[in-house]
Design a protein around this ligand. Sequence first.
Ligand SMILES: [Zn+2]
Length: 495
Amino acid sequence: MAGDDGRVLRDAASGELARRFPWRWLDEQAVLPLRIETGAEGPTAWVAADGALSALVQTALEKRLAASLRVVPTRASDIRAALLAARTPELTTDGERITADEQLASIDDLRAQASREPVVQLVHAMLAEAVRAGASDLHVESTASGLRIRQRLDGVLRDVQTLGMEFRAAVISRIKVMASLDIAERRLPQDGRTRVQVAGREVDVRVATLPALHGESVVLRLLDSTQSGATETLESLGFSDALLSRWRQLVHRPDGLLLATGPTGSGKSTTLHAALRERSTADVKVVTVEDPVEYRVEGAVQLPVNPRSGFGFATALRAMLRHDPDVILVGEMRDVETAELAVRAALTGHLVLSTLHTTDAAGAVQRLRDMGIAPYLLTGTLRGVLAQRLLRRVCAACRTERAPGLAEQSAYAAAQQRWPAIGPSTLSSIAFGTGCSACSGTGFRGRVAIGELLEPDVATPYSLPDLSGDGWRAVAAGLTTPDELYRVLTVELMG
Ligand SMILES: [Zn+2]
């Protein structure tokens, strides 16, 4: 089921066809008329239902819709959640009371609201829809008129739903209950985690709340263990073969420091975990310190750090060095103490992988110096810096091609002249997605990684392209679009 089906259901639930039936009856039977099409054999009504209809329900629907029926198989909980979201007027009495008392609501009230079955189902349906669409985050934001629900899909936020005021406290409290947060605390940020079972999958959810102007906002990060980061290999990330073979040589060295850089969401930790997965064998001890542990690595010892409780990166790293590791992942080098420990570990026979928030590879070296790491420590220790970005991948289901524009042709030609290996000398066509149900109408599904690799020990001239050159390689290969490349590289010029 595609991500947009939730929206189709919600539209139908507030539509004219649904209003021909009592709300309660639709809710009880978990059926929802979607649309009527008139063909050669007369009108056909498409009805969402979980399995076959009973004869009684079928007759009732046929009569009132004056059409023959076709069932669109849909989970009952999805239908009920859509009906609930459309039912605002009927909830008003209850809702007004909740709104007026929101600030004063007792913990018991909040707990009661949060445990009401429709609210439980609504939150579950929101999560299920996000997981099915392949979203990485679900944003639940309090606004002046209720709740705004957005998903981050392949790195881009999009609106999915708005809910009335009567849901605000209930939905937020429900999420807080799920994540074992204090529902009475609404003025301080909190974070927690939970695990949900949706669409037959186990999904870890990190929950963070923030008290904002109109009330609390919540962001749920979905860490689907069956998805991307958890199973990604260095190949499946989409890097060029040339970059991959050099990076892999570095990953298989016994010692030294390797860094992945890029802004948040550029896939740094996915790349490093894929590298760890290659090194995690019976004769190699792999240890990680992370905040939090995002992806599990088979055979590795993974330590979640908790800076607020005093168990920060430096403390964890020091403790872990006594555990005789061969390969070490330090989630992030946030302070000079951690950076220095990591560099010293790399100097003393360990392979150390870590990340830095810099935009390009050269910036990483400067950042380490700015942090106070002596240059002589980096010489011969820092073996490679991989700056990377994730671009949205053209949807395979609705992929088509167009002729390139003049500006696109000349930008590509300039890059190709500099790095001939990125593709043919001219750009003959550009792939794009027209939008379909597999990609929620966006034309993109999944991501492709581009990168530039700096090897401080390797003398120039260097044949690998920089970030934008590698981006054109991905465009020429039909993996992504020029607009997507501009979007990702421009965002950071401005921020
Ligand atoms: Zn598509």
